[in-house]
Design a protein. Structure first.
Length: 496
């Protein structure tokens, strides 16, 4: 299944080798070992399928035992059962790719289609289709390019990602949270909050990598994958997806670099790239060169690093810029900022005659230096105003489209929007922003209802009654970060 040698694959520079032990990094982040994430069998249910054996326990154990092992036989784990599970895990209402095949259409002869797909995959006749490029608005008003894969590509990618996760979940460090099994955005937010409040953090480096997903160097990515993956069929399969290109407005174009956002395999490949380029390097840097505490939290290409000393922060930023350049990446100079932030920031700045500490945004929340009623330092998190404005624009556009629907239908839809917003943003100390968001939804609903007729009798009093009937009230849904973080690392709520 695997061997420990390095001779029959691409040579990876010594500085990239995964010599760091995951447990050590996770201990620095005040997080328990990632053992729970890697050695447990796949849990039955929607993600794994009832009664479907993962067949990956030996892979996990080998990857955990030997961090230098290269796996020569992996594709056989992508069997019909795993393809079936991958199909069922897809969103039935997701957009179609260039093939135009919907989830429902493919499922009409599911077993026949999967058997044919499996046969083509294992005899080398499977061909990746180009992604269909589409754009969605970003919070800053720009457009984010997404690549919508064809249905069969989605199925195979999802199945292969599950196989590769059995290996890479043993390698990834504790401060990496993005798109990993059992880890969420709120886990990353909790870890960052605990790091800032419990460690000696006085400076925060808000890292932004320019156009990360579209800048991945394919040749480097293949070399980095070769450090663990020696199955040439798996590597060729990934190459097919990377080189399939994109179709936009009916025109095909080649993609010489990057990986399309939206594809199942893209998030794993992006994590692997940054694991070698950033995570291992950053962990080694803080162990060898830092003179004080360093706290790291990364979710995909969003990263925040906290420092005790400004000198450490400035040297880290300068050396990170050089490190990324070696791998065809660069920091976004406009968005990467080093700010004074932490428990002593307000007092130190006041002593020097400066204003309040600056704020930074991470995963949709603006982080603020605040105080408790007793005057102690408190990290306050409120909804990022850019996210709020972008969401309200979407709500207004959709309300205008639905303006002639019955009020109960509009109310039920708006209630689902508000619940979804609160499910993510209802963290302690954010009630004011949540209530303001609810009030803005009511205002936009009122404006649309008044435009339904030139003789509208919709008053604020009636609007208030409608809102009370259809829109849920705001309440905090998430616990304090330290409570949830401590519960997880103590095994009360194990992370998979």
């Amino acid at each position: 299944m695997h061997d420990g040698g390095q001779s029959d694959g691409p040579v990876v520079p010594e500085k990239l080798l995964n010599n760091a032990q995951g447990g050590a990094a996770e201990a620095v982040e005040e997080r328990g070992s990632a053992k729970e994430n890697t050695v447990s069998a796949t849990r039955p249910g929607h993600c794994a399928g009832q009664g479907v054996s993962s067949g990956l326990d030996r892979v996990r154990q080998a990857a955990q035992k030997d961090r230098q092992a290269r796996f020569t036989a992996l594709l056989h784990h992508v069997d019909v059962d795993r393809l079936r599970v991958a199909y069922r895990a897809l969103n039935p209402r997701a957009a179609t790719g260039v093939d135009g095949v919907t989830w429902k259409e493919y499922g009409r002869d599911l077993e026949g289609n999967l058997q044919d797909l499996h046969a083509r995959l294992h005899r080398g006749a499977y061909r990746a289709k180009p992604s269909r490029r589409t754009f969605i608005p970003k919070a800053d008003g720009r457009q984010r390019a997404l690549g919508v894969a064809a249905l069969e590509d989605k199925i195979v990618q999802r199945a292969l990602v599950e196989v590769l996760n059995a290996i890479y979940e043993c390698d990834f460090l504790g401060f990496s949270y993005g798109f990993r099994p059992g880890r969420s955005q709120h886990d990353a937010l909790d870890a960052l909050a605990v790091g800032i409040t419990r460690r000696r953090v006085n400076w925060v480096l808000d890292v932004d990598i320019r156009d990360y997903f579209s800048s991945l160097d394919h040749s480097w990515l293949e070399r980095l994958l070769g450090h663990r993956i020696a199955d040439k069929r798996v590597l060729r399969l990934i190459q097919k997806w990377l080189r399939a290109g994109v179709i936009e407005d009916g025109n095909w174009s080649q993609t010489g670099q990057g990986t399309p956002q939206g594809a199942s395999v893209s998030t794993l490949l992006a994590n692997v790239y940054l694991h070698y380029v950033f995570d291992l390097w950053a962990h080694q840097w803080r162990s060898r060169h830092a003179h004080g505490d360093v706290v790291i939290t990364r979710f995909a290409d969003d990263c925040v690093v906290g420092f005790e000393h400004r000198d450490d922060a400035e040297r880290f930023q300068a050396e990170l810029r050089r490190r990324l350049a070696e791998f065809s990446l660069e920091l976004n100079a406009e968005k990467t900022r080093l700010i004074e932030f932490g428990r002593f920031a307000a007092q130190d700045r006041q002593t020097r005659g400066l204003g309040k500490p600056e704020t930074f945004s991470f995963l949709g929340f603006t982080h603020i230096c605040a105080k408790t009623k007793k005057g102690r330092f408190k990290l306050k998190r409120i909804t990022d105003s850019k996210r709020v404005r972008a969401k309200l624009r979407e709500v207004k556009t959709e309300l205008i489209r639905r303006r002639h629907l019955p009020i109960p239908e509009q109310g039920r839809w708006l209630a689902s929007v508000l619940r979804g917003h609160c499910n993510y943003y209802a963290v302690p100390d954010n009630s004011e922003a949540l209530n303001a968001f609810r009030q803005q939804i009511i205002r936009r609903w009122l404006g649309v209802l008044r435009r339904r007729s030139q003789r509208s009798r919709m008053t604020w009093e009636r609007m208030t009654r409608l809102a009370a009937r259809w829109l849920p009230t705001v309440r905090i849904l998430h616990p304090w970060p330290d409570a949830r973080f401590d519960a997880k690392i103590q095994g009360k709520s194990p992370v998979r």
